[in-house]
Design a protein around this ligand. Structure first.
Ligand code: HEC
Length: 285
């Protein structure tokens, strides 16, 4: 298992989306490396961000103004940090946009544009309710990591409206911690719940490896190191993992983002297999 398998669901719908041709709106395509000068009426100024949004195909799926379509959700209510993360390390069925397709600078403009969108916060429509719930946990985590408490609380409230019992109690606690500014505590609650609801697909250490990887992909080195620390706590006593984590740290310290991301991808596979071996015969929870 080398693939990341972040949520284990990057298959059918994406093929469907590609087949539907939403992505292939060639009339809107332009070279990604240059920003063509638009010929537009002066009355409708279009920002660089919006232009890049269109030219890179975001608008083909999400609607020309990010309002949402039958194949992809509306984008209002997302922070710039979340947009960057979604493009570099997408959740769900969205294709990835690596720096070779959209440079960091361009992505910055796109993210600013999306952040500026007004309107209601819409949600991803995932057909499997379990996946949808898991995605809201991921979105909460990313919002917390981006210091976007309002956005995090929005997702926590959404989760709270769908769950009961212990899970609901944990969401209330996560909300209280977020409101009190104890972001780190809130993150831990959400991480634990995420590992709990996805226990067959995603182990806690695999999740830390995934989080470290998505941090790396959005240039959040500090965040990546933080998740590697947690990963080591969970995998303590495993020399192979320890040496791999040490290698990743070296890459990060040397600024070798690609190297670190590549190693992390392998590591998520390793973390997955090893923990599942331990779990055979007994399901924690
Ligand atoms: C091929 C279609 C497609 C393209 C192209 C695409 N997206 Fe998406 N995007 C999706 C789908 C589908 C989802 C919902 C993921 C899911 O629910 O599985 C999504 C989700 C998102 C989300 C998270 C939405 C939420 O509710 O949390 C953001 C932000 C986003 N896309 C931004 C972008 C940006 C920026 C671009 C261009 C760089 C882009 N997308 C290009 C299909 C696409």
């Amino acid at each position: 298992m080398k693939s990341l398998g972040l949520l284990g669901l990057i298959t059918g719908l994406f093929l469907l989306i590609s087949a539907c041709g939403g992505y292939g709106d060639t009339s809107a395509k332009a070279p990604t490396s240059t920003v063509p000068q638009p010929t537009i009426p002066a009355a409708e100024p279009v920002s660089d961000g919006q232009l890049l949004f269109t030219n890179n195909g975001c608008g083909a799926c999400h609607g020309s103004e990010g309002q949402g379509t039958g194949i992809a959700p509306g984008l209002a209510g997302h922070t710039a940090g979340q947009v960057k993360r979604q493009a570099r390390a997408p959740l769900g069925q969205m294709p990835v946009f690596p720096p070779s397709k959209i440079s960091n600078e361009e992505l910055g403009h796109i993210a600013e544009y999306v952040e500026s969108l007004g309107g209601d916060h819409l949600h991803m429509s995932v057909d499997n309710p379990g996946q949808a719930l898991a995605q809201h946990h991921w979105m909460t985590l990313f919002a917390l990591e981006d210091d976007s408490a309002t956005e995090a609380i929005h997702h926590i409230d959404h989760i709270a409206s769908k769950v009961t019992g212990q899970h609901l109690a944990q969401m209330k606690e996560a909300k209280e911690e977020t409101e009190a500014g104890n972001i780190h505590d809130a993150i831990h609650i959400i991480e634990n719940m995420l590992a709990g609801i996805q226990v067959e697909d995603l182990t806690p250490s695999e999740m830390q490896a995934s989080l470290a990887r998505s941090s790396v992909l959005v240039d959040d080195i500090e965040g990546a190191l933080h998740h590697l620390d947690h990963l080591m706590e969970q995998m303590s006593g495993d020399p192979a993992v320890a040496s791999q984590v040490a290698e990743i740290r070296e890459y990060l310290e040397a600024g070798n983002i690609d190297g670190a991301a590549h190693e992390l991808e392998e590591l998520t596979g390793v973390a997955h297999e090893e923990e599942h071996e331990e779990e055979i015969g007994g399901h924690p929870h």
